[in-house]
Design a protein. Structure first.
Length: 354
C-alpha cells in the first residue's frame, strides 16, 4: 500500500525543484544583457543612474538594475517639414531643412532633455528664422552655404550639453511665393534673351571683322601680285630692249636697215580694232626718202627724181588721217621699199663684170 504522505512529499519536492530551476533561469536571464554594436544602454540601479552599457556582454544585478531603451549612436538624418520664414524684404518663403546629428553621450541624451529629436527640430526652426530674417530673397537664394554654416554653429553649441553633435545642416528647398516665381522666371527669360542678343551681335561683329580682314588681305595680295607682275614685265621688256639694242650694235645696222624695219613695223601699229584715228608721223616720209636715196645709185634705170618725188612729203608737219588710209599708205610704202630692196639686190655693184 502506497504511503500518501510520502507521495505528497515527493510531489512537493519536485515542484520546489522546478520553481528553483525557473528562478535560477530568470536570475541568469536578468543578469546577462547583450548590447549590439553602435548602441548604448543606460543602467539605473534602484531608480538612479548607475552606468552606461557598452556594446557586447554585460552583467547586471538582477531585480536591482534596470536598462532603459537603447540609444542609437550612429549619425542620424532627420528631414523637417517646410517652415514659413519671412525675409528682410517682407517675403514669406517656405524652407525645408535636413539635419545630420549624432548622439555622443547617452547619459546626457537621456537625462538632460526629454525629447532631443523634437528639441533639435524646434531649435532648427527658430535659428533658421533668425538667420534668414536678416537676408533678402536674393541673398537667401544664393547664400545657402552661409546659412548652413550659421545653422550648424548655433545648433552645435545649443545641443552640446544634450550629448548631441550636429555635423551638417542643409537647406533642401527654398520656395518663394508663386508671384515671385513668375517674376523671377520673366527676369531670367529677359536676361537670357539679352545675353543671346549680345552673343548674336558679337558673332555678327566678328564675322564682319573677319570678312573685312579677308578682303583687305586679298586686296593686298592682289596688289602685291600686280606689282610683282608689272616689275617682272618691265624687267622682261627692259632685257628684251637691251638684247635688241645689243644685237643692233653687234650687227652694225645702218640707217637703211633701220628705216626698212620701221616701215615693216609701222602697219602693225594700226592693226588694232580700237584705232579709229591714226597720226602719220613725219618720220615716215623721212624713212622713205632715206631708202630712196640709199638705193638711187644701185637702181640702174630708176629715176632719182621719181624716188625722191614719191617719198618727199608735201609738208613737214604731222598730218591726221583715218586709220584705213594710214594703214594703206604704210603698206604701200612697205611694198615700194621691198621692191627697191629687191632691185638693189639684183643690180650689179660698180666695178664688177656686167
Amino acid at each position: 500500500m502506497v504511503d500518501v504522505g510520502a507521495f505528497i512529499g515527493q510531489i512537493f519536492v519536485v515542484i520546489l525543484l522546478i520553481v528553483i530551476a525557473i528562478f535560477v533561469v530568470v536570475v541568469i536571464f536578468r543578469s546577462i544583457r547583450i548590447i549590439p554594436q553602435a548602441n548604448a544602454g543606460v543602467v539605473e540601479r534602484l531608480g538612479k543612474y548607475q552606468r552606461t552599457l557598452s556594446p557586447g556582454l554585460n552583467i547586471l544585478v538582477p531585480f536591482i538594475d534596470r536598462v532603459r531603451p537603447l540609444i542609437d549612436l550612429r549619425e542620424q538624418v532627420v528631414s523637417f517639414p517646410p517652415q514659413p520664414v519671412i525675409t528682410e524684404d517682407n517675403l514669406v518663403v517656405s524652407i525645408d531643412t535636413v539635419v545630420y546629428f549624432q548622439v555622443t553621450d547617452a547619459r546626457a541624451a537621456t537625462y538632460e532633455i526629454a525629447n532631443y529629436l523634437g528639441a533639435v527640430e524646434q531649435l532648427t526652426t527658430t535659428t533658421l528664422r533668425n538667420v534668414v530674417g536678416g537676408l533678402n530673397l536674393e541673398e537667401a537664394l544664393t547664400s545657402r552655404d552661409e546659412i548652413n554654416s550659421k545653422l550648424r554653429v548655433v545648433l552645435d553649441e545649443a545641443t552640446g550639453k544634450w550629448g548631441i553633435r550636429v555635423s551638417r545642416v542643409e537647406l533642401k528647398a527654398i520656395d518663394p511665393p508663386l508671384s515671385i516665381q513668375d517674376s523671377m522666371e520673366k527676369q531670367m527669360r529677359a536676361e537670357r534673351d539679352r545675353r543671346a542678343a549680345i552673343l548674336t551681335a558679337e558673332g555678327s561683329k566678328q564675322s564682319q571683322i573677319l570678312e573685312a580682314e579677308g578682303r583687305r588681305q586679298a586686296e593686298i595680295l592682289r596688289a602685291e601680285g600686280d606689282k610683282l607682275a608689272s616689275v617682272l614685265r618691265a624687267q622682261g621688256e627692259s632685257e628684251a630692249i637691251e638684247m635688241v639694242f645689243n644685237a643692233i650694235h653687234v650687227g652694225d645696222a645702218d640707217e637703211k636697215l633701220l628705216a626698212y624695219q620701221y616701215l615693216q613695223t609701222l602697219p602693225k601699229i594700226a592693226d588694232s580694232p580700237s584705232s579709229k584715228l591714226w597720226i602719220v608721223p613725219s618720220e615716215l616720209t623721212q624713212a622713205l626718202q632715206g631708202i630712196g636715196e640709199a638705193f638711187a645709185g644701185r637702181a640702174g634705170n630708176a629715176a632719182p627724181s621719181d624716188a625722191t618725188g614719191a617719198s618727199k612729203p608735201k609738208r613737214e608737219s604731222t598730218t591726221r588721217a583715218t586709220a584705213d588710209e594710214a594703214v594703206a599708205a604704210a603698206r604701200q610704202a612697205a611694198s615700194e621699199a621691198d621692191s627697191i630692196a629687191t632691185e638693189a639686190r639684183t643690180a650689179p655693184t660698180p666695178g664688177s663684170d656686167a
